[in-house]
Design a protein. Structure first.
Length: 244
C-alpha cells in the first residue's frame, strides 16, 4: 500500500524534472519553435518511463510553451508576435501590482539579494550560459512577487512567467544577451528609492522595452519546417519512476 501511494508522488517529482530538462532544451535552442518532442525518445534519453514525460508535456502545454494537437504528438509552440506582446502587457500589470505590495517588505538585504541575481544574469551572459541567465532572471522577478505575500498574485504570475521568459530567451539567443540583463538595473534602482510610483513606472518600462525587443526580433527567427526531425535533449538520466 505504501509503495503504491508513493508512486504518483514520485512520478510528479520526475515530471517536474523532465519539464525542467525540456525547458532548458528549448531555451538553449535544442528544441526550436516548431520542433517535435517525441515522448519515447525523451523517456529513453532520461532513463524514465513515458508517464513523467507525458506529465511534463501537459504542464508545458498549459503554460503555452508546447502544443499537443490530437494524434500528432507534441511540438514547441511558435506563438505570434501579437500573442507574445499580449503576454508582456499582462505580466507587466501583474508586476506593477507586485512592486507596490512588495515595497513595504523590501529590506536592504532583499535589495542586495536582487542585485546579486542581476550579477548572476551578467555572469550567464558573459559565459554564454543562457539557461543560467534565464534562471537568475526568473528568480529576480519571482522574489519580488514572493515578497508581496499575496498567494493569488503568485499563482497567477506563475502561469505567465515561463511563457514570456522562454520566448524572450529564444530571441536574445541570436542577439545580445546583455540587453536583458541591462533592463534590470533601473528596476533595482527604483526599488532602492522606496518610491512606489517610481518603482511601478520602472517595472512597466522594463516590460515595454522587453516587448519592443521581442517585437523587433521575433519576426527574424527562422521558422522550423513542419516535419523537422526531433532534437536531442541534454544528456543525463533521472531516477526511475518504477512505472515500467
Amino acid at each position: 500500500m505504501g509503495s503504491t501511494s508513493k508512486r504518483p508522488a514520485l512520478r510528479s517529482v520526475l515530471g517536474d524534472q523532465v519539464k525542467d530538462h525540456l525547458l532548458q532544451a528549448i531555451l538553449t535552442g535544442r528544441y526550436a519553435p516548431g520542433a517535435r518532442i517525441v515522448e519515447t525518445q525523451v523517456a529513453r534519453e532520461l532513463g524514465v518511463s513515458q508517464s513523467p514525460v507525458r506529465e511534463a508535456l501537459r504542464d508545458l502545454a498549459a503554460l503555452g510553451v508546447v502544443e499537443m494537437p490530437a494524434f500528432r504528438g507534441a511540438r514547441v509552440r511558435r506563438p505570434t508576435a501579437d500573442e507574445l506582446l499580449d503576454a508582456f502587457v499582462v505580466r507587466a500589470e501583474l508586476e506593477v501590482l507586485a512592486v507596490r505590495l512588495a515595497l513595504p517588505r523590501l529590506t536592504d538585504g532583499e535589495l542586495d539579494r536582487l542585485a546579486g541575481l542581476i550579477e548572476q544574469m551578467q555572469k550567464g551572459a558573459r559565459e554564454g550560459d543562457l539557461h543560467a541567465e534565464a534562471i537568475a532572471d526568473a528568480a529576480f522577478h519571482s522574489r519580488i512577487v514572493e515578497l508581496t505575500g499575496n498567494a493569488v498574485l503568485q499563482r497567477v504570475w506563475r502561469t505567465t512567467e515561463p511563457f514570456s521568459r522562454t520566448y524572450i530567451t529564444i530571441v536574445v539567443r541570436r542577439d545580445d544577451p546583455y540587453q536583458i540583463v541591462d533592463l534590470h538595473w533601473p528596476v533595482l534602482e527604483a526599488l532602492r528609492s522606496r518610491d512606489p510610483e517610481r518603482a511601478a513606472s520602472a517595472i512597466r518600462t522594463h516590460f515595454e522595452e522587453a516587448a519592443g525587443m521581442v517585437g523587433r526580433l521575433w519576426s527574424k527567427e527562422e521558422i522550423s519546417p513542419a516535419e523537422r526531425a526531433p532534437a536531442t535533449i541534454l544528456p543525463g538520466r533521472l531516477a526511475r519512476d518504477g512505472s515500467g
